[in-house]
Design a protein around this ligand. Structure first.
Ligand code: ZN
Length: 67
């Protein structure tokens, strides 16, 4: 998936592994969003849990729904 920085509009790519890691952190800490830092301007971009779930592989998504 790709997030676009809301400040500098730089596209930030999240590969499948990054999405899974992000989703794991969100689940563990019971967050509603994941903080993704822009590598260019260091602005924190909020990626919603739903966005992550949509981008995650199906197996991970099903595990998340079961909780
Ligand atoms: Zn930025």
């Amino acid at each position: 998936m790709q997030i676009r920085c809301f400040k500098c509009h730089m596209p930030i790519a999240m590969n499948r592994e990054a999405v899974v890691d992000a989703l794991a952190q969100v689940d563990k800490e019971e967050l509603s969003h994941y903080d993704l830092f822009c590598p260019k301007c260091r602005t924190m971009n909020r990626v919603s849990r739903k966005q992550l779930q949509r981008a995650a592989p199906k197996v991970v998504r099903d595990e998340g729904d079961a909780k």
